[in-house]
Each structure stands twice: as C-alpha cells, then as structure tokens.
Design a protein around this ligand. Structure first.
Ligand code: SF4
Length: 336
C-alpha cells in the first residue's frame, strides 16, 4: 500500500514545488502527483523530477497534449480523467506515449465528471455508474490497445458511494486500485471521512495506493494516510503514540508534553509504540503494551517499558530521559 499526496504549489514555480515535494518525502510520501494545467507546467517537470526522490504523476484534465508533454518531460505516470479527455483517439495518443516510456496511467473516474451518457443512464453518479465508466475505459485501453500498466480510481465525496464503487469494481476486476475520497473536507471532517472509507476498504484487502484529500496542507494528508495505515495494521512507519486523554488524576500539563513528544518523535522512522501518560499511578499499567512510555507526576516522572518502570527522574528531565530510553530500545531492536 503506497502513500500518495498532491502538491498545492503552482507547478510552474519549480523551486516552490520541489521544496514542497521534499517536505512531503520527509513525511513519508511515496508517490507525488502534481497538477499540470498548461504546457509551461508540463515543461517544468523536466526540472522538478531530477530534484526529487519519489515517482511523479502528472494530473491531467481535458487536454491530451499536456499528458504527452508531461510524459516526454519524464513523468513516471499520468492521471487522466477519461470523462473529460474528449475522444478515444486522444486517449490513444496518451497511451502510446506512456507505452513508449514505460509509464503508468491512472484512469481516474470521478463522480463530478462522469460521461454524459452514463449520467443519463443512471440519473446521477451512482457507484455503478463509476464502475461502468472505469470498466469501459479498461476495455478500450487494456482490451483494444493492449496497454496493461494501469491503475483505477473511483472517487466520490460521499463515503458510502466511494466504498460501494471500490467494492463493486474489485469484485469485477483485478486491476490495481488507487483509493481516495475526493474533496473530503478540512482536517477533522476530511480525516474522519477518509479514515472510515479507506479503513473499511483496506480491512477488506482492497486498494494498492491511497491519497487522503484534505483542505489542508498536503503534509497533513501524508500524516493522516500513515495514521490510517497504522491503525488498520496494513503498514507501519514511525512511532505509534498511545496517549491518555487525561482526567482528574493528571498532575502535569500533558497536552504540552504530548505536543513536544510528537514533535521530537517525527525524526523516528522505526515502527515503535510509545506512550505519554498523565499520572504515575495508573499510567504505566494503562499503557503496558507500549514499548517505551513516560508518565508524569508532581515534580517526578517515570519511564517504563512494556508497563514495567525502568527509571524515575525529576520532572524537568522527563523528556530527555524518555528519548534516551527510546534510543536505547531502538539500538537493542535493529530489526525495527
Ligand atoms: Fe487519568 Fe492517569 Fe489514566 Fe491519564 S493515565 S487517564 S491521568 S488515570
């Protein structure tokens, strides 16, 4: 399962786009998609691609020529929306260029831009209509043109329509699926909607790549995508942080402590489970599944491993002692 995100810089602004892609790479983005609205943006890919580590997918709407220019500029793949690339002949030109360059093509069916005849047939962009659109394009691209390096996405902004469309498609075809809820919303509502839809699909073994679409900085998309993968147990990267919600027994500023732990823990890529707990009496026991944990008290803090207390330190040394213990744990576990 591969984590994808999309830049929100102007692709023609090469330094800004490269800087954002590098930031997303550090967060764990494994494939980047960039908007290619015109020829200048397509040409900019020539300069962007050599400066980044991850494969780049050009996002194309309407104009097949932009897809061809992007592929010639070195894009590893293109995402096309067959609903708005007019004419099979034009789709064929994109496919021929992708074949020459061994690039992949994502058939990105979207509820907002379904072909007119399917809208007429189904009345509205029902999940079945999305599936029929994707299968129809697969028939042409794979069946008639013999090009198999394809992925499919069937995005809707509705959680249940998204789930139904992907489920139905996966029953009828084995082609790889790129998962996502389109226009999911801001950080909190978009995270909830994406986590539910993608969580359901991932738990059923559906999906090969994913993007969480948020009205937020794309770094949040990457973080949320990884949290979903970790929560479902599909992939792990970086620490999983267990933290108590605090209660009347808490005697330290746990919110502040948690934020500092989260900030410092970003550097860790090993899949370690750490805990940040609000009291020394219950904390270690409540987080006994954590590899390394801290529990704060009045003037004193505890460091524990798998629920067993290993150090008692003054409160002002709690954070440094905690990260020392994490380093020690990771040195003992080179397999992580
Ligand atoms: Fe309350 Fe302590 Fe449990 Fe946190 S660990 S919720 S402070 S009892």
């Amino acid at each position: 399962m591969v984590v994808q995100s999309m830049t929100n810089t102007d692709t023609r602004d090469v330094p800004a786009t490269v800087a954002q892609i590098r930031e997303l790479e550090e967060e764990g983005c494994e494939v980047i998609r960039v908007a290619v609205p015109d020829e200048k943006a397509a040409e900019a890919l020539k300069e962007i691609i050599p400066q980044i580590q991850v494969p780049l997918i050009a996002d194309i709407h309407f104009d097949w020529r932009l897809a061809v220019t992007a592929l010639k500029a070195g894009a590893h793949g293109v995402r096309i929306n067959p609903g708005n690339i007019k004419g099979r002949e034009n789709v064929k030109k994109i496919i021929e260029e992708a074949r020459r360059r061994e690039a992949c093509v994502r058939i990105g069916v979207n509820a907002g831009s379904l072909e007119k005849d399917l809208l007429k047939k189904y009345g509205w962009p029902r999940p079945e209509a999305l599936v029929e659109s994707a299968l129809r394009w697969l028939d042409y691209i794979v069946g008639d043109l013999g090009f198999e390096n394809v992925k499919v996405s069937l995005k809707s902004s509705d959680l249940w329509h998204t789930v139904s469309a992907y489920r139905e498609f996966s029953e009828r075809s084995d082609f790889p699926l790129h998962l996502g809820v389109t226009e999911a919303g801001g950080l909190i509502p978009g995270t909830v909607k994406s986590a539910l839809a993608l969580g359901i699909l991932l738990s059923e073994g559906i999906g090969d790549t994913l993007r969480v679409s948020l009205t937020a900085h794309p770094r949040e998309e990457v973080r949320v995508a990884w949290e979903i993968l970790k929560a479902v147990g599909v992939r792990r990267r970086g620490p999983e942080i267990v933290a108590c919600p605090t209660c009347g027994r808490c005697e330290i500023n746990l919110m502040e402590l948690y934020e500092e732990v989260e900030r410092r823990a970003k550097k860790i890529t090993a899949p370690i489970k750490i805990a940040v707990m609000g009291c020394v009496v219950n904390g270690p026991g409540e987080a006994r599944e954590a590899d390394v944990g801290l529990a704060g008290g009045k003037g004193v803090g505890l460091i524990f491993r798998k629920g067993k207390i290993v150090r008692k330190v003054p409160e002002d040394q709690l954070l440094s002692a905690f990260f020392e213990e994490i380093d020690k744990f990771l040195a003992e576990r080179p397999d992580l």
